[in-house]
Design a protein around this ligand. Sequence first.
Ligand SMILES: [Zn+2]
Length: 296
Amino acid sequence: MSTADIAALTECSRPTVNSWLRKHDIKLRSKRGVWNAARRERNRVALDERRKDPEFNRKVSEAASKKMTERWDDPEFVEHVKRLGSERMKKKWEDPEFYEHMCKENSRTLKEKWKNPEFREKQRKMLSERSKEWWKDPEYRERVTERSKKLWEDDEYREMMSKKAKEQWADLEYYQYMTDVVNEHWADPENRESVSGENSVHWRGGKSFEPYTPDFNFEFKEYIRNREGRCCFLCGKAADENGTRLDVHHIDYDKENTTEENCVALCKKCHTDTNHTRKKWKVYLNARLAETYILT
Ligand SMILES: [Zn+2]
């Protein structure tokens, strides 16, 4: 509506309408703005008309794809897109909801895939291959520990993980399967070899334990605590929050079985918890250990 329209409607002059509008601080559309809007509208209608012509559409998409190809040839542009993408992915993963969704999605598809014996066989092979490369790289080890430490410092993440654990808890079949995989993995002499002697430097923290009968001594316990980033393996509580050094727990409750795949560092509270429903804890911890140190 224009001021002239208002003047006609209210039966007064345009200057009167203008002065009232000013009084109430009502902004008038600028002539330029009105023209521009009209031009945009005209262009839109014209474009809609031209889009009906397939030849025109073909030309437009050709030009666009040519422009895109040119841009992808520009290393600066490629770098920019990559940076944008990785930043976006990082942001996405920082969103607990997205993370939870991906965790769920992952475990769902994994479980689905595990029903297929062929996939299981492949997975097992990959596992044994990977474990050989396992902690050989000190940088990788540090990165993993740093990452998990940071994540566990976040209350929200801790809460989410405990929720996730409870959910998976219900799925004992899944964990039983994981336990079988781990046991099978360690039954293979080749895999055991890969973590003993020379290859064991990082897995064993550079200390020389007897391959499969290390003593449950301070050195060994410190090694396990360090592996866990000096945080409780279950709830992520840091050692200083625990008040004392973390306990080192035997997953299968056999105190003689002092191996790194049978031991985890726990806070006082979690260690007490593992005294109940032992069977469940054994299955669960075995699986978590595999998830943390083998499958990642
Ligand atoms: Zn704990």
